[in-house]
Design a protein around this ligand. Structure first.
Ligand SMILES: *Cc1c(COP(=O)(O)O)cnc(C)c1O
Length: 303
């Protein structure tokens, strides 16, 4: 498993019990040690393409992004250079790299710190055809892999789940998945024979609905959004996040992810009583990022 491979294998499904209810857990975290989770699904299209006309993959975003790390592994698999544009990196992180940042540097990521990241970001958020400043030899993948090409790999995820349900004779299945940009959730719903539930992590339901519409016009194909009872700010630390993460890790002996999983787990646990039939949760990988999250929580709790 611990080899950097361009072949993505079907991820297993296992049964877990959490707070007295059984769930199916889709282990997308096990697709590949280095290249896994929903980023593997989202980048699978590019992985299978002949990219020999490119020398470089470029992207941008936060300094602990799961996508950043996955792209560094992707670039390595494809033999491309990886340029990552970001805000000024804090001195402490430069001196002591941790988590996704360290893992991406180890994969050969080249960081480009921008003084004015905001205007760069605004420019990148415009429709893709309007900029060419990276040149022909650079493949640009926008923040978090929120690209139409993501559909290809997420459709394979949906087909794996459809086939799994058929094999097990499952008639009613509700699938819970986290959302950042909503790219994975919306393409999953488009191709899944069952209902997808998701929770916004970045912004609110309004933001997420807009994101869905950018990628899939037909609203009938959008996932069902359930907001958490309490409002949370993306990337901030909350004791209940850490607690539910700790609890599920202990109950299942599986390492979950500490940035996106907690809200969805909270919502799923609140909502499960209302759901007839079986429930599946998708583990979307990203556990390389836990190291820096755990450090932050340790400082948070000792304060
Ligand atoms: C990136 C990521 C998400 C968000 O995925 P979107 O397709 O942007 O909604 C969710 N969970 C994990 C673990 C991730 O790494």
């Amino acid at each position: 498993m611990n080899v950097l491979s361009p072949v993505l294998e079907e991820s297993p499904v296992q049964k877990i019990t959490f707070k007295g209810r059984e769930y199916w857990l889709k282990r997308d975290d096990l697709i590949n040690h280095y290249f896994n989770g929903n980023k593997a699904r989202k980048f699978q299209y590019f992985l299978e393409q002949d990219l020999s006309q490119y020398k470089t993959v470029a992207s941008y975003g936060g300094n602990q992004s799961n996508a950043m790390y996955s792209l560094s592994a992707f670039a390595k698999i494809k033999g491309l250079k990886f340029d990552y544009y970001l805000k000024q990196i804090p001195k402490w992180l430069k001196e002591n790299p941790v988590g996704n940042f360290k893992a991406a540097l180890d994969m050969g990521m080249n960081c480009i710190e921008l003084e004015d990241y905001e205007s760069f970001f605004q420019k990148m958020s415009k429709p893709k055809k309007t900029y060419h400043n990276f040149g022909k030899e650079t493949l640009l993948i926008r923040q978090g892999g929120a690209e139409a090409e993501a559909e290809y790999g997420v459709k394979i995820l949906a087909e794996e789940i459809n086939a799994f349900a058929k094999k097990k004779g499952i008639k009613e299945l509700s699938v819970f998945i986290q959302s950042g940009t909503g790219t994975t959730a919306v393409f999953l719903q488009k191709h899944l024979n069952f209902k997808v539930y998701t929770t916004p992590n970045i912004g609110d339901s309004e933001y997420l609905r807009k994101q869905f519409s950018l990628l899939v016009e037909n609203e009938k194909l959008h996932p069902t959004i359930i907001e958490s009872p309490k409002k949370y700010q993306f990337g901030k630390l909350y004791p209940e996040f850490y607690n539910i993460w700790k609890e599920i890790n202990q109950e299942t002996s599986i390492e979950f992810e500490l940035l996106y999983d907690p809200v969805t787990l909270i919502v799923m646990n609140n909502y499960q009583k209302l759901i007839k039939g079986e429930i599946m949760y998708i583990h979307s990988g990203g556990t390389f990022g836990n190291e820096s999250m755990i450090n932050r929580y340790n400082r948070f709790f000792t304060k």
